[in-house]
Design a protein around this ligand. Structure first.
Ligand SMILES: [Fe+2]
Length: 527
């Protein structure tokens, strides 16, 4: 139940007070009447009134004065003045002074009710508006806070974005180099070539005036320059530096990469200011793989004449990690190559020991094949496969009856079929040797023909692996120019004519052309 509206009435006419009280109490208002304005003001000070209805003309303190003082006490107080006809001007003055309404004498009951209700409604709306304004102010403050927060976030995001963009650019630069490096690692397995390629990469990516890669010679506790570039870089190859001495020696000893602004002012290095350096600005990093120090990579002076930056330094550290792994891989690969080659040679020797007519055949086929592959500019890794394939292409003959292999007269169909199984048997023999997994395909197909009439699978044209096409030409030439149990060796000219006749039927045309050109220019020393 809501609190009734409290109204204070000030009028020196008792009858007016009674009338107002009766009418307004009847309307549900809580009404107090006062004959003296001071008494009324005192009541307003101590009470909680919603409305003051006051006569204008009163002794001691008139209605306007009372209304003004009451408003000071209660700013939200609704004030209605009661005035006679003669005082209309005063009533208008009261409204101008900010009071709410006025009632004319003689009193009209309906008008009285309407004025009171209207003034209270106006107060209610005014309060409601104030609440709305207050809420609006609060919302506005919240909005300003949110806007500031958003602005801070945008600013932070922009800063992050700038940082991310910068990091991204750096990362792209690194990835681009790593991509180039991985291409190198997969295509170059020779350690010396690998180091030269790395030096080229570093020069093109960072722009250096001198770069060198030094590897550890553990027996002498020294670093040996194995690759270099720049004005004096290449001349330094083969030079030795004791571990612990100079920039490279310090990095090797401490296994810590360094960025040096000015060598002359850096107290860490014993031979600072040495004439062999291009400038005082260095970046140098250790090459480490599996926890073992392999060497150092050293960059001295940029080609632009500027000093090395943090970005160059980070890049070198990234490159050094890759170089370390690549050197380790190349060394392992070299070891594997040596072991593998010994295994392959043992197999080939076993085969050729069975058949004196094929003695040296595998080695010659290998030499002819490598000769063609080099003319065709095939990469080192392909040539390595070719060496294995050449040595092993007929290894499947181990599984063919010796009597058939040595038969001096023509072969029966069954005997020919038995011999034609040797590519598949050869593939089966080397399958357990994982490192020859790419070679076994070459062996399986070395009797395929360009026109698809070969065996075992009848492959045609470019479906025959490229290296197999090479072996096929080399194999046919050496077979024709070798003694066989069933015929004498043909002359080289005769064999070359026969090969030419089979261009585009038995042999790949471009491979055959390279072979013929090479043989015309002078065959390699084989046998
Ligand atoms: Fe063969």
């Amino acid at each position: 139940m809501s609190k009734p509206v409290r109204i204070a009435i000030a009028d020196d006419e008792e009858k007016i007070c009674e009338l107002l009280e009766t009418v307004l109490a009847d309307e549900g208002y809580s009404v107090d009447t006062y004959s003296y304005s001071l008494e009324c003001l005192s009541a307003i000070r101590s009470g909680d009134y919603d409305m003051l209805i006051t006569d204008l003309k009163m002794p001691v303190m008139d209605g306007l004065d009372l209304a003004a003082r009451a408003r000071k006490v209660q700013p939200g107080l609704v004030v209605v003045v009661v005035t006679g006809y003669a005082s209309v001007d005063s009533a208008v003055a009261a409204l101008r002074a900010g009071f709410d309404d006025y009632i004319m004498k003689p009193l009209d009951i309906d008008e009285l009710k309407e004025v009171v209700a209207r003034a209270l409604e106006a107060r209610r709306l005014r309060k409601y508006n104030e609440q709305l304004i207050e809420q609006l102010r609060g919302a506005n403050k919240e909005l300003i806070r949110a806007k500031q927060h958003l602005s801070d976030q945008i600013s932070a995001a922009q800063s992050n974005l700038d940082h991310t963009t910068s990091s991204l650019k750096q990362r792209v630069r690194e990835l681009s180099i790593l991509n180039d490096i991985s291409k190198v690692v997969s295509s170059v397995l020779d350690l010396e070539k690998l180091l030269d390629v790395y030096i080229d990469l570093v020069r093109s990516k960072i722009g250096i005036s001198r770069c060198s890669i030094l590897l550890v010679d553990g027996s002498a506790n020294e670093l040996v320059v194995c690759a270099g570039d720049g004005e004096n870089g290449k001349n330094l190859v083969g030079e030795r530096t004791p571990v612990g001495l100079g920039v490279e020696g310090w990095v090797a000893e401490n296994r810590i990469p360094v960025l040096i602004d000015d060598l002359a002012k850096d107290s860490r290095f014993k031979d600072k200011g040495s004439a062999k350096y291009e400038s005082g600005s260095f970046i140098c990093a250790p090459l480490i793989a599996k926890g073992e120090l392999l060497g150092v990579i050293d960059l001295n002076g940029k080609s632009s004449g500027e000093k090395f930056t943090e970005s160059d330094f980070k890049l070198l550290i990234t490159i050094a990690a890759q170089v370390g792994v690549a050197i380790d891989n190349a060394r392992l690969y070299r070891l594997l190559q040596e072991n593998s080659f010994r295994t392959v040679q043992a197999l080939a020797t076993t085969l050729e020991a069975k058949d004196r007519y094929t003695h040296g055949h595998s080695a010659r086929v290998t030499d002819y094949s490598v000769m063609v592959a080099r003319r065709m500019n095939l990469p080192d890794v392909e040539i390595e496969k070719l060496r294995y394939a050449g040595q092993l292409h007929d290894v499947g003959k181990i599984g063919v009856d010796e009597a058939i292999l040595r038969k001096p007269t023509g072969l029966t169909t069954r005997e020919r079929e038995a011999i034609q199984e040797h590519p598949v048997i050869g593939e089966r023999i080397i399958t357990p040797l994982d490192f020859l997994w790419e070679v076994k395909t070459i062996i399986r197909h070395h009797h395929e023909r360009w026109d698809g009439r070969g065996y075992p699978d009848g492959l045609k044209e470019d479906h025959i692996p490229r290296l197999t096409q090479i072996i096929a030409v080399a194999d046919a030439y050496d077979a024709m120019t070798s003694e066989r149990p069933f015929r004498h060796a043909r002359s080289s000219q005769d064999a070359l004519r026969e090969l030419k006749r089979c261009r585009g039927t038995q042999f790949a045309p471009d491979v055959l052309d390279e072979f013929l050109a090479a043989m015309t220019e002078g065959a390699p020393a084989v046998g």
